[in-house]
Design a protein around this ligand. Structure first.
Ligand SMILES: *Cc1c(COP(=O)(O)O)cnc(C)c1O
Length: 358
């Protein structure tokens, strides 16, 4: 906890009306809510539980951990921002990221004036612990690792993650946004023995709830406590908490969707690999594919004109010539491949006409 910013250690957090009240309750005249109700059918006139106790109880059951090890945020993006604000003194401390990776670590750090140091992945998208150790100094507060990694799609070696968390005096964050699609397991079980490890999860990907904005951090109780101190009191809405409780009762449906997406992914990878405009489809442990194209920008524009949005990652370090393509429905994937076949047809006709030019 020596890593926490001194002003955060000293901070007296905002104390909400309902947190202060300690009685059987029933009549709530303490928070200036509208006591009569809401204008729509659903009652949202009360503030939500600031510590999301019911949600945490259910997540704890599901994860096999204590509710004390869970932070619930407005998307895992909120957890990323809060971790930087809790640990990095603006203009003084630094974080380490391993590009190519998720862009929010760097953006949140920039917003909070934390220096960003880069320890790129190796050519086969693995962690380079030696590079990380070289970049680290006594002002390194956080290291952001991502597995399965966005945008490369692969899981990184868990032994490397653990080695980094053991050898560095810093908080090591492992972003498991895509863990449900992966064949390798979570590192959540390591928190008990590695108190500087933070696991990020989101309900936006496998759970199909991106619009709800809920993400979690699993961490040592002391880290959860200090993040809770800094978070906005009502960071997860009542609507989100209710919907989430219902979703956690539907884990079978989530597992079915994940299995279906993994199947669609592997089929899409094969269809794409068969195209001449595709140089390489990288192995994916997530719900998207990183695809190296002969002409990524041309393909991107062609798809866009066909009404198909993919992510152009062609100017990203180690990803040159690559598009990142999310796995769609069967029909969407068929349309994608069809559009790329037409793109290929155009290209080869151009080549043919060039070839036959006298
Ligand atoms: C999508 C994504 C997130 C964002 O999650 P939210 O909970 O929607 O904020 C976090 N990390 C990675 C690596 C992602 O790809």
């Amino acid at each position: 906890m020596k890593l926490v910013r001194p002003n955060i250690v000293a901070l007296t957090p905002y104390s909400s009306a309902r947190t202060e009240f300690d009685g059987p309750g029933g009549i709530f005249l303490d928070a200036n809510e509208n006591s009569l109700g809401s204008p729509t059918g659903t009652a949202f006139n009360r503030y939500p539980d600031p510590l999301q106790k019911e949600v945490k109880r259910k997540i704890a059951e599901m994860e096999g951990c204590s509710p004390k090890n869970i932070f619930v945020g407005n998307g895992s993006d909120e957890a990323i921002d809060l971790l930087i604000r809790v640990f990095c003194r603006p203009g003084i401390d630094n974080i380490i990221v391993c590009p190519p990776t998720y862009g929010m670590y760097e953006v949140s750090a920039a917003i909070n004036e934390a220096e960003v140091r880069f320890a790129p992945l190796t050519a086969d998208f693995e962690l380079d612990p030696a590079a990380i150790f070289k970049k680290a100094d006594d002002r390194t507060r956080l290291v952001f690792l991502c597995s399965p990694n966005n945008p490369t799609g692969n899981s990184v070696d868990p032994q490397a993650v653990l080695r980094i968390s053991r050898e560095l005096y810093a908080v090591v964050v492992i972003d498991e946004a895509y863990i449900h699609f992966s064949s390798s397991g979570t590192l959540a079980g390591e928190i008990a023995s590695q108190p500087n490890l933070v696991i990020l999860r989101t309900f936006s990907k496998a759970w199909g709830l991106a619009g709800l904005r809920v993400g979690i951090a699993l961490a040592d109780e002391r880290i959860v406590k200090v993040i809770n101190k800094v978070k906005p009191p009502y960071n997860v809405s009542e609507a989100a908490q209710r919907e989430l409780l219902a979703a956690i009762d539907n884990t079978v449906e989530v597992a079915d969707m994940v299995a279906a997406i993994v199947k669609l992914r592997d089929r899409l990878a094969k269809s794409l690999a068969a195209l001449n405009v595709v140089v390489r489809v990288y192995r994916s442990d997530a719900n998207f594919l990183l695809v190296k194209m002969t002409d990524a920008v041309g393909a991107y524009r062609h798809l866009a004109a066909d009404g198909i949005a993919v992510r152009d990652r062609s100017r990203v370090e180690l990803c040159d010539g690559c598009l990142r393509i999310t796995v769609g429905t069967k029909e969407e994937n068929r349309r994608l491949v069809g559009s790329l076949e037409r793109f290929e047809g155009q290209g080869s006709e151009d080549e043919k006409s060039a070839f036959h030019r006298p």
